[in-house]
Write a protein that binds this ligand. Structure first.
Ligand SMILES: NC(=O)c1ccc[n+]([C@@H]2O[C@H](COP(=O)([O-])OP(=O)(O)OC[C@H]3O[C@@H](n4cnc5c(N)ncnc54)[C@H](O)[C@@H]3O)[C@@H](O)[C@H]2O)c1
Length: 410
């Protein structure tokens, strides 16, 4: 078992091992015992397992491993399941979850377990942060993205009509349990989303992640990634599928990058912003696509766009965007961004990270570390325009029709 101890105001362990779901009840019980001392472990009577429909069908039934394991450890288990997707990461879902908790008489000594990708994690964590002014929760990530990123660090929240993640709270989990066998059912496309965050950790703080990842993934025809060339997302993501067993050490390294940064700046007043590499523009891309382009793919485009703009403005090494492009291309990312600088800048302007007249951007400088640069909001459109000029041009037509993004040409 790999253990990563996160030393934030509330300390906790991230445990990674095959078969961990069958030990979840005991591990949660032991953790409560340590935290609450003496009889503390016995106090928690109820657990609400929160997941989306897909994850619930795969891992959240009474015939599967997790719930029986929780019950065997003495917990009474209720489940709260909501529909998949970013549309459901919203206040109404949290409100229904809070109603569920009150209906089942959850008290401060009971717990929430987030079972799923980043969306159930963010929703469940936010409910845990605000129910009775805060109850304990445990993250059981099932997507690669949730394993390497969203389940660690304590950011929870939901989207508002005005933008992504605009309402939320910092609330660290008690425990994070990652059982890599869950990745077997994760669609290649979703694996690729998580890969974007895993590679992001490499660009931010651990080049070894990038070297090992490149060794694991065989070169493809699109590899040289010359401008004007579109990456073949489907086939490359498929071929990556076979190597998912080899991912565990990389996942642990990526979590460790996040651990280091979160320990240094838990509430994101400074260096934690580095974790937003590619995210300001990525969120704008997601928004412009009406959330039809998923988070990881938008972040991949965002990382390259920022690197291209930075290189044009001599804010980073000349070769930095080329390396980023090569790595992202090897993992099959489609790096064509079909939106205009005007639309992207407008979407980015609603980002919660904008403070007054300036925006903080994370500038990659591979192989050196990333750094934070403040940019006047009035210059954002020009910066995005510079970045878009370096992105590949889409060879297929009609990605945007009637103002709507069509990722699959429908
Ligand atoms: N809180 C944070 O620090 C943080 C960090 C990064 C991203 N996020 C958020 O995370 C979200 C994206 O996370 P995500 O990509 O995991 O989204 P997600 O939770 O929607 O999962 C993606 C899809 O994969 C399915 N899925 C998950 N695990 C599966 C498995 N093992 N097998 C088969 N299908 C599975 C889900 O049902 C869903 O349909 C975004 O909302 C983003 O804002 C939060």
């Amino acid at each position: 078992m790999i253990t990563i101890h996160v030393n934030t105001a509330r300390e906790y362990d991230v445990l990674l091992a095959d078969g961990l779901r069958s030990q979840a009840g005991e591990l949660i019980r032991e953790d409560l015992y340590r935290r609450r001392g003496g009889s503390g472990g016995k106090e928690a009577r109820q657990i609400c397992v929160v997941s989306d429909q897909t994850v619930s069908d795969l891992f959240g039934g009474r015939e599967q491993t997790l719930i029986p394991a929780l019950e065997e450890a003495g917990f009474r288990v209720t489940t709260f399941v909501f529909a998949d997707g970013e549309d459901h990461k919203r206040m109404e879902t949290v409100e229904s979850l809070l109603d569920h908790l009150t209906a089942h008489h959850f008290t401060r000594t009971d717990l929430i377990v987030a079972l799923g990708g980043g969306i159930p994690g963010d929703v469940a964590g936010f409910a845990a942060a605000i129910y009775l002014r805060g109850i304990d929760f445990v993250q059981i990530p099932t997507s690669l993205l949730a394993a390497v990123d969203s389940s660690v660090g304590g950011k929870t929240g939901v989207n508002l009509p005005a933008g992504k993640n605009l309402a939320g709270a910092f609330h660290q989990p008690n425990l994070v349990l990652f059982d890599p066998s869950v990745l077997k059912t994760l669609p290649p496309d979703r694996l690729q989303d998580g890969m974007a965050e895993l590679l992001k950790a490499g660009f931010i703080g651990d080049p070894e992640i990038l070297r090992t990842a490149m060794d694991l993934q065989e070169p493809t025809a699109a590899d040289p990634g010359t401008p004007g060339q579109n990456g073949a997302a489907g086939s490359d993501a498929e071929s990556f599928l076979v190597r998912r067993e080899a991912l565990l050490p990389l996942i642990a390294r990526a979590i460790d990058v996040k651990r280091r940064i979160v320990e240094e700046d838990e509430r994101e007043s400074g260096s934690r912003k580095l974790l937003n590499l590619g995210h300001t523009v990525g969120h704008a891309i997601e928004r412009c696509s009406d959330y039809r382009l998923s988070h990881g793919k938008a972040v991949a485009q965002g990382m390259l766009l920022v690197a291209e703009a930075a290189a044009r403005r001599r804010l980073c090494r000349e070769g930095c965007p080329k390396t980023i492009r090569q790595i992202l291309t090897r993992f099959g990312f489609d790096l064509c961004c079909p939106f205009s600088p005007e639309d992207l800048a407008e979407a980015a302007a609603s980002d919660k990270k904008i403070r007054g007249e300036t925006i903080t951007l994370v500038i990659p400088d591979y192989p050196g570390p990333c750094r934070l640069e403040s940019l006047p909001v009035s210059e954002l459109e020009g910066f995005i325009r510079d970045g878009l000029e370096g992105l590949p041009v889409d060879v297929s037509e009609g990605l945007i029709r009637d103002g709507v993004y069509h990722s699959d040409g429908d």
